[in-house]
Every structure is written in C-alpha cells, then in structure tokens.
Design a protein around this ligand. Structure first.
Ligand code: MN
Length: 224
C-alpha cells in the first residue's frame, strides 16, 4: 500500500512533518514525469497519443485532485454538507485517475514485453491462471469488454494472498477493497483512438509488447 505509492512517486511535495500548515502548504500532488520519451513506445503507442494522454489527460486529473482538496477545505470551513458530498465523488474520480495513470506509465517501457520472472510474480501467475498464456487471455478478455471508459487491472489481493484481474468501470468506485494494482491497461479511448480508432483489441494486443515486467514485479514484492 503506502510503500508502493512512494515507489511510484505519488507523494506529497514535502514530507507531512515538514508541512507548516494550510496557509502556505504546497499543492500536494504533482504530475510525475514520463519515465521515457513521448515516442519511446512506438510503434505500439504513438507519440501524439502518449503526449496528449500524459500532458493533458493525466495532468487534468492531478489538477482536479488538487482542486477537489482545496474546494473540500472551503466546503468544510463553510459547513456545506451537500457540497462536501459532491466533492468527495470528485476527489475519488480524480484521485483514482491520478493513481491509475501513474501505474499505467510505469507498467510500460520501451523494449518491454516478454514474461515476468519465473520466480515470484511469474510463479503466482502460473498458479493462479494456469499459465502465462491463460493469464494473458483472461486479462485481454476482461480489458476488451470493459464497457465505455475504464481499465484492465492485475491486482494483488492480500487477504487471500492471490492475484486477481479486474475490469474497472467508473474508476471512482472501489471494486475490490484492499487489492493493490500491479499492472494496468488504460482503455479509455484517449489511450488509443488516434492510432487504433475503434480497434481496442488490436491496441491491447500490441500493448503487451511494452509491458514493463520488471516494474510490475517490484510492485508485487512491495504488495506481498
Ligand atoms: Mn487515460
């Protein structure tokens, strides 16, 4: 949980202990820089899509998250329960968007693909899904069938100490409390439409070529 969040670079701009107070506190969330160039995932993900997706879409989630926190502070001060309720939904929407996009970018790397390490994550994938091919087929089936905007997610579920594949629709809603996302594939249309138009399955199929199994394995170790 907390440990993996820090690994992803999702953290307060300053340590909480050093934050002097709300009056002069910095905005707590920042857009993490892409860990590679905009064109580094070509030809599977095109340069323009990655640039827009990171620089506009993900950036908007970060701005919305900070804005929600600021507005919540004002609504709290005003004792406006109705506004607090609406803003809490906005907080979850932008917060989930920020976290899932941060994991999405680190889920990929130039020259990625292949399979996870045999030990650790690879072993658990084989145990849970029968084989890597079985995992990949289930992940693709779930991701391709997400209705509208959403995500395919591989997550570690600590209560049963197992891996689960989730299809996330309306990402502000929690689908499996406590499950830690390890690998996510964005299937909102902005993630693929410029290059693939309505051919989502083709995008997902090519996406496997850039999966960063090293990073996914690190998140697994931190979560388990
Ligand atoms: Mn997106």
């Amino acid at each position: 949980g907390a440990a993996s969040m820090f690994k992803l670079g999702i953290h307060a701009a300053k340590p909480l202990a050093a934050a002097p107070g709300p009056a002069d506190a910095e905005k707590p969330y920042t857009l993490p820089p892409l860990p590679y160039d905009n064109d580094a995932l070509e030809p599977h993900l095109d340069k323009e899509t990655v640039a827009l997706h990171h620089g506009k879409h993900h950036a908007a989630y970060v701005a919305g998250l900070n804005g929600s926190l600021e507005k919540l502070a004002a609504a709290r001060a005003a004792g406006d329960a109705t506004l607090i309720s609406a803003l809490t939904r906005a907080l979850a929407f932008h917060g989930s968007g920020h976290v899932l996009h941060a994991i999405y970018w680190t889920s990929m790397k130039p020259g990625g693909g292949g399979t996870p390490a045999e030990r650790g994550l690879g072993k658990l994938i084989a145990r849970e899904f029968g084989s890597f091919e079985g995992f990949r087929a289930q992940f693709a089936a779930v991701t391709n069938s997400v209705a509208g905007s959403g995500w395919g997610v591989l997550a570690y579920e600590p209560l049963g100490r197992r891996l689960v594949i989730l299809g996330v629709e309306k990402h502000e809603n929690v689908l499996f409390a406590g499950a830690v996302p390890l690998l996510v594939c964005d299937v909102w249309e902005h993630a693929y439409y410029l290059k693939y138009q309505n051919r989502r399955a083709e995008y997902v199929n090519n996406w496997w070529n850039v999966v960063n199994w090293t990073k996914v394995g690190e998140l697994f170790v931190a979560a388990s």
